[in-house]
Design a protein around this ligand. Sequence first.
Ligand code: ADP
Ligand code: MG
Length: 354
Amino acid sequence: MKRLFPILLTVCLSLALAACAAEQGTAVTETAEDEAVSVQVFAMDTYIDLTAYGPNAEAALDEIAGEIETLDGLLSVTDENSEVYALNHADGAAVSVSETTRSLIAFTQTLSAQCGGALDISVYPLALAWGFTTEDYRVPTDAGIADLLALVDESQIVVDDEAGTVTLPAGMEIDLGAVGKGYACDLAREILAEYGVEHALLNFGSSTICLYGDKPDGSRWRVAVQDPEDDSTYAGILELEGCVVDTSGGYERYFTDEDGTVYWHILDPETGRPADSGLISATIVSESGLNGDALSTACFVMGLDKSIDYWRTYGGFEFVFITEAHEIYVSEGIADSFTPVYDYEDAEITVVSQ
Ligand code: ADP
Ligand code: MG
């Protein structure tokens, strides 16, 4: 196995983290109009912090919390009652599943085809083999990886909307972990709109952060992009409103072997090993949480050049990429909104244009 950035020993837990926590409520003169309500939910293997402002905030957040729990119940890989669990244990048979599960799988199939297979939800048996799902970490043998790779190819999944079913080839197992939080974020945005909420900050475990509207005082939200090489600090600050910020980084879940080699939880479906693309953090800013979540994972796997090619071909999002050479690449649409900080203050920044 190639050495994966051995110096990343101190790398850490969360991805982009909301630097705005201290500002919520304090920078604002609170009135009934803009009072903050916060709810925390544990779902999708992470703590989700939801904060909204205004008279309908509480009702909206209650509904969002319920929807997130329902979604988790459909997509969980461990809950024996979930649809994904049923698919993973169907042994090649068609399974009736909800429209939500069908459309999520179909979405990832389209994106997977567009990005040359960098995103592939059927990589799950490899995540199991590496122990990323159980935290019982180990480096699988080359033969073990080769055997499991033979079953990775999500284009072989059959989604039948007329019959309302999905069929996986026998032996294939899937995990929608790379897109679930982004999709939950989009559900939440719809509910906020229905309730007429104008300002909210939804933090899905720091890797998906929805900046709904602007802040109650009319200013933009400030979101920190985690320093991928040091868990105690940030690489930069983004000042944005009305968008979703998704980050994938190797520091989120990883283990280190006795030689100091670091192995992280985002896998390259081509090699069956932790992605080694030269990117150590991929942040996507977009309107859609689902697209952003999928793309942050895909770009982390594709690496800098292919990700920029993808952006130039398909567009619809902005990005901040950090390379293992300590360089930052920012797309032109958010270049003015990004300020590098701390160890990255002197990093080389390249603004990428279409
Ligand atoms: P997180 O959900 O940890 O914030 P990501 O959105 O990048 O980060 O998703 C990572 C998760 O997606 C992993 O925990 C694993 O379950 C799954 N995964 C890992 N590599 C891939 C891949 N290449 N394609 C699709 N899913 C992946
Ligand atoms: Mg993702």
